[in-house]
Structure formats: structure tokens, C-alpha cells
Design a binder for this molecule. Structure first.
Ligand code: COA
Length: 159
């Protein structure tokens, strides 16, 4: 059984992430979406909130697991018997950083492969910080995040 992990901060999950998740689920026997606990970025949404938003967005996909991890991704992969990391590439600018991460992970565990999927053109501009920026300043986030988490995102920035 080929277990794949799609890791990220998901602060919050966007339709761009979900596009990758649904497409990746077609090529993996089991897909785990893994939310990073410790990150150099300070997340706006707590770990629990980020996991809950993902679970809400994936409520119709009980076959996809949502989990969290801290420390090195390769250690988490080993713990979960996973063999492939799924990453999305939105633009050429993502490539350099992703290459560095993939090669670093290879030095730590050569058995683990990183599979890159091209983000759909509709979402190639999208990022979590764009969603946060729009939500914070009264912009329209329709179509950028799933309906079921839109209110939670807007609520976060309403003071
Ligand atoms: N659609 C929309 N947005 C996307 C996207 C997509 N398909 N793919 C990436 N993004 C965005 C994210 O929303 C995020 O946006 P933001 O910066 O505006 O918030 C940005 O791209 C970066 O994504 P993020 O989830 O923060 O991932 P990352 O590329 O920084 O990597 C881990 C996250 C968890 C994979 C990585 O930090 C990791 O493995 N950490 C564990 C420690 C480790 O093992 N490090 C490697 C060896 S040192």
C-alpha cells in the first residue's frame, strides 16, 4: 500500500490546497494531510483550528486522513510508513525552495520520494496569506476557500 503525505501549514487551507489533495488522492492508496505543528512562521490559526478547518473541508472524504506533526517531515513519514511526499507547484518561483526541501529530505531518507503536482491554473496565484489579507481587509474570499470554512476565516479577523 502506497501511503502519501501532503504536508503544510494550512493557515488556513485554501481551494488551491484542496485541488492538490483531491487530485493526489487519485494516485495514492492512502493520503494523509499533515499539518505542521512547529513552524518558523507564527500561524494565525492554532493547530487545532487548522486541523478542524481541514476536517470540515474534507468531511465528504473519510478516506483522507488529517493529522499533525512536529519535527522533521522525514521522521513523521517513517512513523506513518509513508513513502511519498506530495507537494504542489504554483509557479516557477516555488521551484527553487521546493527543490531544496526535496533534496534535503533525500539526504535524510533516500527511500522517500517527493512528487510534485502542478497547481491548477485557477489557483496558481493563491496562497494562505492572500486569503488572510483579503479576509482581514474586508475583501471577497468566495471561491478561494470552501464555503464551510469561509465564516470561520472571516470571524477570525472580525474584532
Ligand atoms: N494552493 C494554495 N496555496 C499553496 C499551495 C497550493 N497548492 N501550495 C503551497 N501554498 C502556499 C501556502 O498556502 C503557504 O502560503 P503562505 O506562505 O501565504 O501562508 C505557502 O505556499 C507555503 O506553504 P506551507 O504550507 O507553509 O509549506 P512550506 O512549503 O513552507 O513547507 C512543510 C511546509 C511542512 C512541508 C515544511 O515546512 C516541513 O517539512 N517542515 C518540517 C521540518 C522539515 O522536515 N524540514 C525539511 C528539512 S530541513
Amino acid at each position: 500500500m502506497k501511503i502519501c503525505v501532503y504536508p503544510g501549514s494550512f493557515d488556513p487551507v485554501t481551494n488551491g490546497h484542496l485541488d492538490i489533495i483531491h487530485r493526489a488522492s487519485k494516485i495514492c492508496d492512502k493520503l494523509i494531510v499533515a499539518v505542521l505543528v512547529n513552524h518558523s512562521k507564527t500561524p494565525v490559526f492554532s493547530l487545532e483550528e487548522r486541523v478542524d478547518l481541514l476536517k470540515c473541508a474534507l468531511k465528504d472524504r473519510p478516506d483522507i486522513e488529517v493529522d499533525s506533526f512536529s519535527g522533521l517531515l522525514v521522521n513523521y513519514m517513517k512513523k506513518r510508513n509513508a513513502t511519498a511526499i506530495i507537494k504542489g507547484l504554483r509557479a516557477i518561483s516555488d521551484y527553487e525552495y521546493e527543490l531544496q526541501m526535496a533534496l534535503t529530505n533525500k539526504t535524510q531518507n533516500p527511500e522517500i520520494e517527493t512528487l510534485f503536482m502542478m497547481a491548477s491554473v485557477n489557483y496558481s496565484f493563491l496562497s494562505s496569506s492572500i486569503v488572510r489579507e483579503l479576509a482581514k481587509n474586508g475583501g471577497d474570499i468566495d471561491g478561494l476557500v470552501p464555503d464551510c470554512i469561509k465564516d470561520a476565516v472571516l470571524r477570525k479577523f472580525r474584532t
